[in-house]
Design a protein around this ligand. Sequence first.
Ligand code: ACO
Length: 330
Amino acid sequence: MEVKRAKITAVGHYLPEHRMTNHDLEKLVDTNDEWIRTRTGIEERRILKDPDKATAFMGTEAAKEVLENRGISAEEIDLIILATVTPDYFFPATACLVQKNIGAKNAFAFDLSAACSGFLYALSTGSMYIESGRAQKVLVIGTDKMSSILNYEDRSTCILFGDGAGAVLLEESDDETGLIDQKHYVEGDSDCALYQPAGGSLNPATPETVEKGLHYLKQDGRAVFKKATMGMADVSLEIMKINNLDPEDVAWLVPHQANLRIIDATARRMGVSSEKVMVNINKYGNTTAGTIPLCLYDWQEKLNYGDNLILAAFGGGFTWGAIYLKWGTK
Ligand code: ACO
């Protein structure tokens, strides 16, 4: 039986205009530009200032750009999968808000929560709908308003993240290009190393949880760093080996942008040289589900038909994984 393959046929993005530089953060917490740049690679990040706009707005803008770039109407979309850890509401799903905003009246839609691995998990899930023939056009969106869950008095976390969104369209490939392989992992016993303690059903919002700042992102930075460095490097190498890819066969590494040192370690382990690694953490920080599609957006002009791409991510959960795809957009 011939197996269908899903490929990315268009990319879109949204970044808020406001740039928060490391120097801006020096005025809020005891930090400095040099520390942030050398420890993380971040120089500035975008912040969505408008209090009336959030994750759905950014996802909507990214989705609109995908439709425009592909030259199709929203009615042609069958499915929207939206990865986020900062939904507008617990329910309805942020994907439903995007469905309404773009007028995708023939689509069903749901959110997917896998923190910084969210976009990869969503891309894998979306590809299954294409491969099974149950959907023809799937919008996969990664969007996070990280500034909504950051404590700008905590220097160990607030310097790391930014707001932003990216999106892609998945359609059936008619040749060898498209998503070829995927590998995903979870280590659920590390749940409290990177999490948002309150606001869910275990610790619903109360004056006390707000007073204790339990609605902010908390992480054990060193533990996450160690595990992320190993996890992202291991899974990237694993997917290369399974698919008989040598370093010279890889055209681009598309890594989640959490820390430049994690990205460098992954590339070193794969044997991939730094010119083949997409890095924009300096401009946007860690936008969680947004990082990988934002890389694809920024690099789309440099991608050639048939290029081998390895997408890799690590995030809260812990969740991590990699996708091997052949770029299929001319
Ligand atoms: N400015 C200046 N000094 C700081 C800052 C800051 N912003 N933050 C911490 N420090 C200090 C610490 O207090 C510590 O001081 P001490 O030695 O006197 O105790 C020193 O710098 C070193 O701290 P470390 O935590 O060891 O610094 P490290 O080199 O590990 O860098 C960082 C910290 C950047 C957070 C790193 O651990 C990291 O990137 N972790 C991974 C983050 C990540 O990948 N998250 C996953 C994705 S997020 C998601 O899934 C939603």
